[in-house]
Design a protein around this ligand. Structure first.
Ligand SMILES: [Zn+2]
Length: 98
């Protein structure tokens, strides 16, 4: 038995004597509140998904523009000291920034 399981077991053993544990029934009022909160949560999730889709679409647009830059710029590749990594020094075009 892991520590986590042990803790949970001890906690549930205490439930009967723990006065703080709510034993009230699920009333319509509580049901409505739960429904309301879950609706708000769902709207927030929908917003997150919409933002993810928007981010993906923007990333696609940027990729397209990068391809366009790659094709039209005569490029002069120079060392990029800001992007220095221990393995190699990446190159960057001093004209277009690719
Ligand atoms: Zn370039």
């Amino acid at each position: 038995m892991s520590n986590c399981d042990k803790k949970r077991k001890e906690y549930s053993d205490d439930d009967s004597s723990n006065k703080k544990i709510k034993t009230s029934k699920l009333t319509d009022k509580i049901k409505n509140e739960i429904e309301k909160i879950n609706k708000v949560k769902q709207n927030m999730y929908n917003e997150i998904y919409a933002n993810i889709r928007r981010n993906n679409s923007l990333r696609n647009e940027i990729n397209k523009l990068d391809k366009e830059l790659y094709n039209i710029c005569p490029h002069n590749w120079v060392r990029d000291y800001e992007q220095f990594s221990y393995d190699s020094t990446p190159k960057i075009c001093e004209y277009c920034g690719l």
